[in-house]
Each structure stands twice: as C-alpha cells, then as structure tokens.
Design a protein around this ligand. Sequence first.
Ligand code: PAF
Length: 288
Amino acid sequence: MKTVSQISELRAQVKAWRQQGLTVAFVPTMGNLHAGHISLVDEAHKHADKIVASIFINPMQFGINEDIDNYPRTMVDDQQKLTVAGTDLLFTPTPDIIYPKGLAKQSFVEVPNISDGYCGESRPGHFRGVATVVCKLFNLVQPDVACFGLKDYQQVQVIQTMVEDLSLPITIIPVATTREESGLALSSRNGYLTAEEKAIAPVLQQNLQWLAEQISIGFAQSDSIDFIGLSKQAAKAINDSGLHTDYLHVCHAQTLQPASEDDTQLVILAAAHCGKARLIDNLQVDLT
Ligand code: PAF
C-alpha cells in the first residue's frame, strides 16, 4: 500500500488507474481503525479494482466542546491493518491541505432536514462538517463507489442525500454494523469505556431489539402502534441499566421523519452516554 498526503500525488495515482480502465472504491475514515472499518475495505473489494482509503481527523465535524486533540491517533497500526486488508492507496492529508484558508473561510456543504434531528441536534454543525469533508474527498478521489458503515445510520442518509442533491456520480454502499459478541457495535469511542461500562453498554442494542419486537408484534396484531410510548419504555430500561439516553426514536428508514402507521421500512435511532463515551446505535425494522 502506498501512503500519500499531497493532493497532487493522490490525483496522479488515481489518474494512472483511470488510464488503465480501472475502477476505484473509496473508504473514508478518521483512523483508529477496528474490524468495522476493515469490513468497509472488504466490501469495497467487491465493487472496484482499486481501493483508496483516507485517514483524516476532520476538525469541521467536531463541536467546540468535543475534544479533537484527544481523538486517538494510531497511524502505524492503521497502515498495517489497511495493508493486510488489501488497500492500494492511503490518503493522509493534514488540515491545512484540506482547509488551506482555515475553517472560518471554508465553503461548506449543508444537507438540510436530514441533518437536523438526532445527532444533528445533539451535535450542532456536525453533519455540515461531515458533508463538507466527504464532498471534498469525493472531488479529490473521484471514486466510482464509496463505502460507509451503517452504525452511523444518519450519516449514511446525509451522504446519500448529498450525492443525490448534488448529482455526484458516485454509488454509496452502506455496510452492515460489525458487533462484538455482546451485541455492542464496534466504535473508536468504545476505547473510552471502562471494563464495567463495557459490560453494560450492550443494553443499548438489547433494548433496540426489544423495541423492534414490540413494533413487529403491534403491527401484526393491530394497525395502531404507540411508537412514542414504546420508545419511552426502551429509553427508561436503558437509563435504569446505568446509561443515559440522549435520544431514542422510531423513524422512517429513508427520510428519518418520525414513524407513522403507514410506514413499513423503519429505523430505530438511538444515542446514549456511557461514562465518557457517547454510544450511537440503530436497528432497521422491515414490516413488509
Ligand atoms: O465516519 C467517519 O469516520 C467520518 O464521519 C467520515 C465519514 C470519515 C468523515 O470525516
């Protein structure tokens, strides 16, 4: 695997592949890679001849109270994992390469509506930062396809909407969440959990599963489902276990609007604090 940090080097390599008629898949990351990221690279291999990954801790998607300086940086380990997974090119730009004029003077991409609630509400400006850097990376790499993990469900919908709204010629491939045996979704932020917190963290996914079952039972038995009441019960069970629920909502799987009784493709979106970590998770519910 070749590692480059300059835009000119990235463009030269991708251009050379294009001249050979090769297709390109892209896996953007912020590093501190785990098996979930590697599953994105594995998926990318199914869709293109060459794989480009990026590691860039994007300052634009961190809020003022979010500690970007302490975000884990594990470049050597990450390079080894990406090499083993068969990545062809790793792009590792610095912030001054991505934002040469500084953040205050940087043009940005805002994806309205879908960015507003849930993580967008808890982390103002977060999805503007994500959409801007992903749009910029897409323009630099110009891939045919790009892979994103479904653990960040709202992020995938924001990026899919951006690609559609801006007519970007890129196919977004959503990739299923990788989980520990306990059901806990793999996340770079799990590193902040103590052993005790790690033991209770799976209650988040367990309660999403309970809620999905209640919705399916309700759908089979009647045409009226109390999404809000059931969500409150699930949030209470999560809080009673020692986590602190930030949000938990049943939504339409594509628009992310609150679920209505006519919807058959749903997603339960949730975030909860567990010690120093803010865990996010989701569960899709297919009622067809
Ligand atoms: O999911 C992430 O790691 C980041 O939000 C992304 C997509 C790499 C953009 O910085």
